[in-house]
Design a protein around this ligand. Structure first.
Ligand SMILES: *Cc1c(COP(=O)(O)O)cnc(C)c1O
Length: 400
């Protein structure tokens, strides 16, 4: 029995089964390479699901976290500390709109806070309905789950006690039919991540902004996966030139250290009066220091330019293969569509070839690698993906 097999057996015996048994037991990482407990190396093309924006063991992140841990690890919100102020100022600066920030520990928590803002807005204006999208994902807590469109993960916990209307994603007419004077808020992802990287058509977010403004409903954009570099920008919605009332962030924001954030315009942020909401760990000094290091490194190393250029290279490399039907998404946040529903098998083969990716749905391989990835590493991924496809979806007569 290898050590990997031993630790997996201990995992199965001691951790709950909600994730099944993960295929790889990791121990360390360096750059874009992670190594398992038996010393096997893998190219990390999924980045802990769009989280490890600087890769692994990045000196800037290690330094920021170490220095802050040694200086002051925790204050609670009874007392403030400088890093939360610096981070909030920086986030508003990157957003480019006047507003205020609430800091928390995860994406789900950010959406819980956004949901509370929506409820308070509804209470103040006499509305209770919330509109969200089919197949959307906003988190697993009962509030965030109530606006999550993925029925398979929501239905076991119903009733969730909230009046939510789910509309088909990306369909502005359906949104128009659903949003009227009884709607307190509309929750949207600029691109649906967990559904396999499904971007909204151009104009959808701008249409949603006009519609919600007309009916005095909040527009809440969940940028937990799409934000912080995934599309080659700080915020995916900047491309549509709109200002939502609320934006939620997490995942890449901390580069691997847990943190979430809610950004809101001044009028909406004012709904959080003293005592309305809180979190003991939210805005923790170590997490804020990590996030500031992520922002600084993205700027200093021009990482958005890197992923935008490499995204074009990915298209050129993979779209030439007839088994790749489309590559959705932007930069290096991509859903690679396959001609047959073999993504799960392809991902399993990739692991055998030393590459980590995932299959959010049967016909799609998702990648969300560290923004620091090099062209040579991306080429290695393309080679290995085609090699895996040769196993699970061989071309008659072989690859040209
Ligand atoms: C991951 C994700 C969440 C939930 O974030 P957690 O940190 O897992 O709680 C919410 N919304 C979107 C769009 C996500 O991708």
């Amino acid at each position: 029995m290898t050590y990997s097999e031993q630790i997996k057996a201990r995992y199965a015996a001691s951790l709950m089964g909600n994730y099944g048994l993960p295929p790889v037991a990791l121990r360390e990482g360096e750059g874009r390479t992670v190594t398992d407990v038996d010393g096997n190396a893998y190219l990390d093309m999924i980045g802990g699901i769009a989280v490890s924006s600087l890769g692994h063991d990045h000196p800037a992140l290690v330094e920021a976290v170490s220095v802050q841990a040694a200086r002051l690890a925790h204050t609670s919100n009874l007392f403030l500390h400088e890093k939360e102020v610096e981070l909030a100022e920086k986030l508003l600066d990157l957003w480019g709109n006047p507003g205020k920030v609430f800091l928390c520990n995860s994406g789900t928590e950010a959406n819980e806070a956004a949901l509370k803002l929506a409820i308070l807005h509804g209470n103040a204006t006499g509305k209770s309905r919330i509109v969200a999208t089919e197949n959307g994902f906003h988190g697993r807590s009962l509030g965030a789950l109530s606006i999550t469109g993925k029925a398979a993960i929501r239905e076991p916990f119903e009733p969730l006690g909230r009046e939510v209307v789910f509309v088909p994603y990306g369909d502005l007419d359906a949104l128009k039919a659903a949003v009227d004077g009884t709607v307190a808020a509309v929750f949207l992802e600029p691109t649906q991540g967990e559904t396999g990287i499904v971007p909204a058509p151009a104009g959808y977010l701008a249409g949603a902004r006009a519609l919600t403004a007309e009916h005095d409903a909040l527009l809440v954009l969940d940028e937990i996966q799409s934000g912080f570099g995934r599309t080659g920008a700080w915020f995916a919605h900047h491309a549509e030139g709109i200002v939502p009332d609320v934006v939620t962030l997490a995942k890449g924001l901390g580069g691997g250290v847990p943190i979430g954030a809610v950004l809101a315009t001044d009028a909406t942020a004012a709904l959080f009066a003293k005592g309305v909401h809180g979190s003991t760990f939210g805005g923790n000094p170590i997490a804020c220091a990590a996030s500031l290091a992520v922002i600084d490194t993205i700027e200093r190393e021009h990482l958005f330019a890197n992923v935008l250029a490499l995204g074009e290279h990915l298209d050129a490399r993979l779209l030439a293969d007839p088994r790749v039907t489309e590559i959705r998404g932007q930069a290096l946040w991509r859903g690679i569509g396959l001609s047959e529903p073999v993504a799960g098998e392809a991902v399993a083969h990739l692991i055998g070839l030393g590459v980590l990716a995932n299959a959010p749905r049967p016909d799609t391989v998702r990648i969300a690698p560290p923004l620091t990835i090099t062209r040579a590493e991306l080429d290695a991924f393309c080679d290995k993906l085609l090699e895996a496809l040769d196993e699970v979806l061989p071309l008659p007569g072989g690859r040209p």
